[in-house]
Design a protein around this ligand. Structure first.
Ligand code: SAH
Length: 355
């Protein structure tokens, strides 16, 4: 009886150059072939077309290794601001989303880290139906390579704010960050990368020790534990104070500014008193450390299934004024691509409903 599991093929896009070098050696090739492969991969070139490799070796790579970029299932371009939303199909037929936004400071790609999400936030489309699976590093970097290849635009910034909770897929996320930053590859600076988390406190402590100068974005959305627990189940495990202590630690370790995301939910967390309470909370935990911080106010994107009313920009601006009066810098997030369902998880849901 042969009970051995089928041997998994090496997943080329998930490998560092040094791992590709060892792989090349296992196929009897000189080590430097690994560096050549890495540089092709980052441009989205499949093994068959890596034309500085011997043909026989290309054939081996094709048959013995995995290489697959996410395929474009659907592409929507906003008539309002040129934002491009991709629905990508993965090898197992599951779909994820990425959004390419053009800002003055560069082209930013918002990427997904999981298929679905287990975090259960009450206002979020990505979590309906739970998590299907984690994405591999290759499937995260694949979104960047595929979007760059398709659009012809150089992506200079990445935000991990698409489908999924990146810190719930910690090891793959970390490998992705190191791969996308690699100077011989896409070379995207850590300072140009933001990772957004709903607040997995144990992982925030861990991330603080990794010595990666990325920007941490924390989805706070409320200053009162009762309200936060009612909209974000993660708060029942790690409450606001545990989260804020972790944020203060993150700053202390990395010296990096933390960005707080605050989605305005009409009647729940958007009154002037709420803004005041937010300012007090941030002062209490972050300011004694002198920590630079920023609040991103997000007018909620209505998700039909969630039964949450939409807010106005005026309410968001009034909220921002209260924060600024108290010395907290805040901006109201511009709504890019509102005509193409650019908010996280909406397109995947829509596509699922069709089938
Ligand atoms: N899991 C991570 C990253 C993905 S969500 C996190 O929770 O941070 C990215 C941001 O969009 C989060 O701040 C999330 O709370 C917010 N968000 C999700 N659904 C939204 C909606 N319908 N309207 C406005 N913001 C939303």
């Amino acid at each position: 009886m042969n009970s051995a599991a089928p041997k998994q093929k090496p997943d080329l896009l998930s490998l560092f150059p040094e791992e590709l070098c060892s792989l090349a050696k296992t196929f009897g090739q000189p080590s430097y072939r690994g560096d050549q492969i890495f540089s092709w991969l980052c441009r989205g070139v499949p093994p068959a077309e890596m034309n500085n490799l011997p043909t026989s070796f290309r054939k081996i790579l094709e048959s013995e290794c995995e290489f697959r970029l996410p395929e474009i299932e659907l592409k929507l371009v906003s008539k309002l601001d040129g934002t491009i939303k991709y629905l990508f199909r993965l090898i197992d037929g599951e779909c994820i989303e990425s959004v390419l936004m053009q800002y003055k400071h560069g082209n930013t790609l918002c990427i997904s880290s999981q298929v679905g999400c287990n975090m259960g936030c009450a206002f979020c489309a990505s979590t309906i139906g739970g998590k299907v699976r984690d994405l591999l590093p290759s499937e995260m970097i694949g979104q960047v390579i595929a979007a760059q290849k398709d659009s012809g635009m150089r992506i200079s910034n990445i935000v991990m704010m698409g489908i999924g909770e990146p810190l719930d897929n910690y090891d793959n996320t970390l490998k992705f960050l190191r791969l996308v930053n690699h100077p011989e590859g896409l070379n995207i600076g850590y300072r140009h990368i933001s990772l957004s988390s709903c607040g997995l406190v144990d992982k925030i402590y861990k991330l603080a020790e990794e010595n990666l100068p990325i920007t941490l974005s924390v989805s706070l959305h409320a200053t009162d534990n009762k309200i936060r627990s009612s909209i974000m189940p993660v708060n029942r495990k790690w409450d606001i104070h545990a989260l804020m202590r972790a944020c203060a630690f993150y700053f202390e370790k990395t010296g990096r500014r933390i960005s707080f995301e605050y989605t305005l939910l009409p009647g729940k967390n958007d009154r002037a008193e709420d803004a005041d309470a937010l300012a007090s909370l941030l002062h209490r935990y972050m300011k004694p450390e002198g920590a630079p911080l920023h609040v991103n106010l997000i007018p909620v994107n209505v998700v039909a299934e969630c039964g949450i009313a939409s807010g106005t920009r005026a309410a968001a601006e009034a909220f921002a004024k209260v924060l600024e009066k108290r010395g907290i810098s805040a901006t109201v997030r511009r709504r890019l691509g509102s005509d193409i369902h650019a908010a996280c998880g909406q397109l995947r849901r829509q596509n699922k409903k069709k089938v």
